[in-house]
Ligand binder design. Sequence first.
Ligand code: ARG
Length: 280
Amino acid sequence: MTEKIDILLEALPYIKQFSGATFVIKYGGAAMEEEKLAKEFAKDIVLLKYVGVDPVIVHGGGPQIEKLLTRLDIPTRFVEGLRVTDEATLDVVEMVLSGLINKKIVQEIHNNGGRALGLSGKDAKLLIAKKVEDKEIGFVGEIAEVNVKVIREISKLGYIPVVAPLAAGADGHTYNVNADTAAGAIAKALMAEKLILLTDVPGVLGKDLKPVSMLKKDEVQALIKNETIRGGMIPKVKCCLDALHGGVKKTHIIDGRVAHALLLEVLTDSGIGTQISGGE
Ligand code: ARG
């Protein structure tokens, strides 16, 4: 019993500190695709909302898009390893992200006692994109503008906003945007307390290939320089650095394959992933 009390009391200072704070959470990978983990994630989110945090979810959906493209026999072209998002592909992207996945997340939150409202970046002009010009990859956008007023309002009403990373272009077309980048941009615009990226790795790995618990901005730069941080982790940490630069207080890269990773990271002293914070 004392063990249980210790755990609950360890959470108290964080509940106090984060009550009223905004956490922007990039949701994807195993935590989204595996039914059991998805339920646990929804529970974590609902708990956070009830202790006064305003969670904002931005989700991915790569594998599900892939699956439907295959089922519909829509041919895929790759340029330098990147999928070309032509009109037909974009339709599938929007159907899967905005239709299927977004609503699934909303429903899972409802099933676990919370209230959620799903929207895409196109709604209320939340995300405005411009075409990525340097690569010939079709309707893939970079974020040009973020209008978070609607997110604030949704949170204030007691709902958890769930965002599909699509955006409208100034040219009137729809664009697919990277979910990590979209989460980072929304976190900056909200001046969020935290940006949390759920991944399928234990965190940022150090020289000994073990996850590093805490990093400062300049340590991250050094680890990129000496190639300890490599491959797919580079855009993730850069997204975190950019968010910190834009005024987000702390960023976290955590392992979505671990049950309740989110609560373990934010309501315990040592967390479970990698925390990246500012200079001091
Ligand atoms: N729970 C605290 C917070 O969210 C500390 C997290 C520490 N995390 C870590 N990976 N060392 O601010």
